[in-house]
Design a protein. Sequence first.
Length: 276
Amino acid sequence: MAKKMTGKELVAFCRSKIGTPYVYGMKGSVMTEANYNYLKNKYGKMVWNSDRKKIGKVCVDCSGLISWACGVKLGSTQWKERAKSVNPISTIEKAPIGALVWMKGHIGVYTGMRNGCPYYIAADGSAYGVREVPLRCNKFTHWLLVNDIFDYETEDEEVVEKCKVIIDGKEHIAERILKDGTNYIKIRDVADAIGYNITSKGSIAVLTKKKPMRRPQKNGIKTIHPFVDDPVISYAKIGSISISVYSLFLCRFPNFPDHHIYHIEHFIPISSHKVT
């Protein structure tokens, strides 16, 4: 038995055909002049006069798009008759990706929710061709599951994992959810990597650029923080005696302009400079 097409594969196929012109009665082949004349004589006004301009192009109608994908040629009514499950369109949020959406005389493919809005793909008439738009753009009444032709996948649980993100050439570690080929990166991790604080205003994330540390002043004596101000004073020695954290010394640094007096604090032993 041949492997059934999945609902997601059906959606992917239909998306690859977006922009294909619509002509009633076409099933995904190049329309010749003979095709056009035959369809016009058979279906009358269902085939528009302007459809003649589509001669020489691959054309398809609504049921033909689905038949083109899976190789089973059925009209829209026949697709409904073939369905193992017929559900009211009001419950579309329960439908799996690739379910068929149906109304009398028309059929399409459900592609999922976007920002709380259901979408579908269909060969949507001569004016539009194959397009993907919100479900509200048409008047579908039911969604269908044709289980003997399509294999409908349930949604995978969302798994949070660690991943690498490269920002300005530098690698950072961030948490993400990878779903349907899209990376959803934890915004707090990105904010930290690019130097922003993150807060929230209700459900809205608020990013604010981190302010650089300022040099405090103590009694008119300039205080230097070794990590922030200058690596030259990241470590100081008097003879062989190290200056510990928060020790207070008045020292002269010959490499600073005018031999200013500096108050040294927060020393971490990174580099060594002798104090004179």
